[in-house]
Design a protein around this ligand. Structure first.
Ligand SMILES: NC(=O)c1ccc[n+]([C@@H]2O[C@H](COP(=O)([O-])OP(=O)(O)OC[C@H]3O[C@@H](n4cnc5c(N)ncnc54)[C@H](OP(=O)(O)O)[C@@H]3O)[C@@H](O)[C@H]2O)c1
Length: 183
């Protein structure tokens, strides 16, 4: 199964502003189209409970929402609430009425941390960067951005990922894709 992460950051590796919202400086139409195409290709989207609540789902995509508010799993329609301390990823995906070959991981921070290492680690992590953008006092793409002042690229390297050649999505918008070193 493919586990594909998508994040967009500025120069400081923050994904959300001090109020916990997605700031306008991180929005770019071409990057958004790239992201949406990735979601369209996935069978299930995995995201945190806060992102689930603030992000509309007009396409009706299947969502697996990480939360500690349930013991194991709770399904309502195309949304499954999942506590990974109570149920495995495989058990969670089995709640959906489809064969799952590709999941898209859309964050936020603690969700990206969860899939960074371990048996459910990313097959590929797409880090889009809006060059020149900064998000003062924001939320890091990984916990160690804030906790230890580390760059996202250093965190990915330390976790055993290799960077693929940089692609330019749009003027001033870079795509840095990372894959496990041993894959
Ligand atoms: N720029 C980007 O690429 C990007 C990506 C994603 C999100 N965002 C933005 O960032 C903001 C939200 O991100 P966020 O990091 O603050 O929150 P988030 O990850 O969307 O949600 C956090 C919640 O997810 C649940 N959760 C996370 N990890 C878990 C784990 N290991 N086990 C169980 N539950 C877990 C918890 O829910 P409970 O409290 O229910 O237990 C936690 O409070 C939004 O504004 C969103 O638009 C930006």
């Amino acid at each position: 199964m493919q586990i594909i992460g998508y994040a967009v950051v500025g120069d400081d590796d923050f994904i959300a502003d001090a109020e916990g919202n997605m700031p306008d400086v991180l929005k770019n139409d071409v990057e958004w189209a790239f992201f949406q195409a990735g979601l369209d290709a996935a069978d299930v989207i995995v995201l945190g409970r806060l992102s689930h609540e603030v992000t509309p789902n007009p396409a009706g995509r299947r969502r697996l929402v990480m939360t500690r508010s349930v013991e194991k799993l709770y399904r309502r329609g195309d949304t499954v609430m999942w506590n990974p301390e109570g149920a495995s990823l495989g058990a969670a995906l089995a709640e959906f009425d489809c064969h799952v070959e590709c999941v898209a991981i859309t964050g936020g921070r603690d969700v990206f941390d969860y899939f960074l290492t371990g048996e459910n680690r990313f097959s590929i992590f797409h880090l889009s960067r809006i060059c020149g953008a900064t998000v003062p006092d924001g939320t890091g793409v990984f916990g160690a951005v804030e906790a230890h002042g580390l760059a996202a690229t250093a965190i990915l390297s330390a976790a055993g990922y290799c960077q693929q050649p940089v692609k330019i999505l749009d003027p001033g918008v870079e795509l840095l894709s990372w894959t496990p070193a041993m894959s």
